[in-house]
Design a binder for this molecule. Structure first.
Ligand code: OGA
Ligand code: NI
Length: 371
């Protein structure tokens, strides 16, 4: 759809159509409230200032706690080594719901090219980006700012791309042709990250005592979504937030956050800074994995804070079940000491409940709990 309109723009158009395209473009540009289109702000505009209870300053930051870093050793591991890795994943998963992986097998260049091409996208002129700006969540590629799911007044200090990246051949035509290598870089990154997600899901399944391919079918082959978050420098990070606390609703998230910190994960009564490690991926579990494991692996709240010095770009890849996939606690994990905590539902029902819950979406798991 997007490709159609962009390619048509480069053809000579009849004057009537030409002016209508120009005015749509202009209208989009006028409505487009992107932080990345602004010169650097000197102060935080009123509409980005959160009420005091939503700011981070009141919170405890647990500086002495770090997320576990799991070394996948480039896959060159014997059976004993795999057992150790699985043990580390389960321990981190149960305690934090979050961990980082290094030596995961994805080439550095794939990650750095992806971060770079995303930065280049946000740096493009406003008129080039305008064609992608949209509030229509059914689009496979869209550019926006703040968020569409929080209906409250305050805007988040965040621009983002929200795109579907898998199956690639079904969506590639909706991806931008500029920056020039965007499609090629995104395709490669998608393939690599999906492969890493499959490896991790196998290790998690083994750690749970399930068949290693337990998550391989409909649980993980829905449309993979990417959130490419861009947080420009913020003159006063104490007043606003890049992303408010939320849990991810899918199966599992793989996040590349470059070298700039900003991600914080909930831990006990406070928050942990997830320190960037070059080329690492931050892994966290989504609501579906919490439900399938009957609460053994938790979907943990996290948020993004801003900083005043440097722009931050992060790429979250969200592995999703197929929409008609039935989700329920795995029977193999249940027994009389561990009765099911959740009812069975179709993934699409979950997404509907999540959207309807709007600001209180952290309570969404409640809808699916058995008494
Ligand atoms: C997300 C997310 C964190 C970050 O996109 O869901 O949690 O560090 N991003 O940008
Ligand atoms: Ni998230």
């Amino acid at each position: 759809m997007t490709q159609y309109s962009s390619s048509i723009l480069s053809l000579p158009l009849p004057p009537s159509l030409e002016s209508s395209f120009k005015s749509t473009k202009k209208k989009n540009q006028r409505q487009m409230e992107l932080l990345s289109n602004q010169p650097m702000y000197q102060t935080v505009p009123e509409k980005y200032i959160f009420p005091p209870e939503k700011r981070m300053v009141k919170d405890i930051i647990l500086h002495s706690v770090n997320l576990p870093v799991i070394d996948l050793r480039g896959g060159r591991v014997d059976a004993e080594g795999w057992c150790e890795i699985i043990g580390e994943i389960m321990k981190a998963g149960k305690e934090f719901g979050f961990f980082q992986v290094i030596n995961h097998g994805i080439p550095e260049k794939t990650i750095s090219d992806m971060l770079q091409v995303c930065d280049e996208f946000f740096k493009m002129p406003a008129e080039e980006k305008a064609q992608y700006y949209s509030n229509d969540l059914s689009k496979p590629f869209l550019l926006n700012s703040s968020t569409t799911y929080d209906k409250s007044e305050t805007r988040y200090w965040r621009d983002y791309l929200r795109l579907v990246c898998y199956p690639i051949e079904e969506v590639i035509d909706a991806w931008p042709e500029k920056p020039e290598n965007f499609r090629a870089v995104l395709s490669e990154y998608t393939l690599q990250v999906r492969e890493l997600s499959s490896k991790l899901l196998k290790l998690i399944a083994e750690g749970l005592g399930l068949d290693k391919d337990y998550f391989g079918g409909d649980f993980s082959t829905g449309k993979t979504q990417m959130n490419i978050n861009h947080y420009p420098p913020c003159p006063d990070p104490s007043l606003t937030m890049g992303l408010l606390p939320h849990c991810d609703r899918h199966l599992i998230t793989l996040l590349a956050q470059g070298t700039v910190s900003g991600l914080q994960a909930r831990y006990m009564e406070g928050w942990i800074n997830v320190e960037p490690i070059p080329n690492a991926f931050v892994i966290n579990f989504g609501h579906q994995l919490e439900i399938i494991t009957n609460g053994m692996l938790k979907s943990v709240e996290h948020r993004a804070v801003t900083n005043s010095a440097i722009a931050r770009t992060s790429i979250a890849t969200l592995i999703m079940p197929k929409t008609d996939c039935l989700i329920a606690p795995a029977k193999e994990l249940l027994n009389e000491n561990n009765p099911p905590k959740y009812k069975e539902f179709m993934f699409t029902e979950f997404l509907k409940a999540y959207d309807a819950a709007s600001a209180s979406r952290e309570d969404v798991l409640e809808f699916f709990k058995l008494n």
